[in-house]
Design a protein around this ligand. Structure first.
Ligand SMILES: C[S@@+](CC[C@H](N)C(=O)[O-])C[C@H]1O[C@@H](n2cnc3c(N)ncnc32)[C@H](O)[C@@H]1O
Length: 222
């Protein structure tokens, strides 16, 4: 089934387009694409950070738009770990929005199928990111933080996951540039990035290596 043209999709009343179950059906069947949650500049920062990565963790998958981008960019030797408890989430999404595991899995499976033998291996974790961190072993050379956007939630992700990132590895924060001229973001991730990477007392051994629009990439340097 092919995706409906945008001109046709725009005729759909908002109430229908935002109905979680109807949306899930249409997204899962491939009639409409997943909502794009990042701009071209956001995607560039994320995909630059993903270059050569072997083990990537995406926290907050929603309908799968950034998972698709990662699935296209990573090589067959890479693992893509997708973490999301799914459902509605007051600190992660506009009111009334939610995604379903069924639909998002289908979106990512289609993308992986298209890449055939070149696709990364995809691993699903339908739990909170902090629960996964508590049982994680080994390294994660890219962690994309795009889950709970409250300050406490984003701080928890940073504190749980930074320990697994090796020298040269990266953490990418979405929605973290509300305090930059021309930048965008939300108060929670913006405060976490400002505290750890822009303050007079920054996190030791980390530096900002790229940023644009709503996205900030930091790298472990020591
Ligand atoms: C902004 S959306 C993610 C957008 C996605 N990265 C994309 O580009 O399409 C946030 C998602 O984070 C999920 N979420 C919220 N809290 C979470 C947590 N503690 N761990 C993992 N995912 C979480 C929500 O269920 C929601 O689907």
């Amino acid at each position: 089934m092919s995706v409906l043209p945008a001109s046709l999709r725009r005729l759909t009343p908002d109430r229908l387009r935002d109905d979680v179950r109807l949306r899930a059906l249409a997204v899962g069947l491939g009639v409409i694409p997943p909502r794009t949650m990042h701009s071209a500049e956001d995607a560039r920062v994320l995909l630059d950070a993903a270059r050569g990565a072997r083990r990537v963790v995406e926290i907050g998958v929603y309908e799968g738009s950034s998972a698709l981008a990662l699935c296209h960019a990573l090589g067959a030797d890479a693992e893509l770990h997708l973490v999301d408890p799914f459902g509605r989430h007051p600190d992660a999404l506009p009111s009334g929005w939610g995604a379903t595991e069924w639909a998002t899995r289908r979106v990512v499976e289609r993308a992986a199928r298209m890449r055939g033998a070149h696709a990364p291996s995809v691993h699903w974790h339908v739990i909170l990111s902090s629960e996964l961190a508590s049982r994680w072993s080994g390294e994660a050379d890219l962690v994309f933080v795009d889950g709970d956007h409250s300050e406490a939630g984003c701080e928890l992700d940073w504190s749980c996951w930074a320990q697994f990132v090796p020298l040269g590895g990266r953490v990418v924060f979405h929605d973290a540039r509300a305090d930059r001229a021309g930048g965008r973001g939300l108060p929670g991730p913006t405060a976490v990035v400002a505290r750890h990477f822009r303050s007079d007392d920054p996190a030791l051994g980390w530096e900002i290596v790229a940023e644009a629009d709503r996205t900030v990439a930091v790298r472990r340097v020591a």
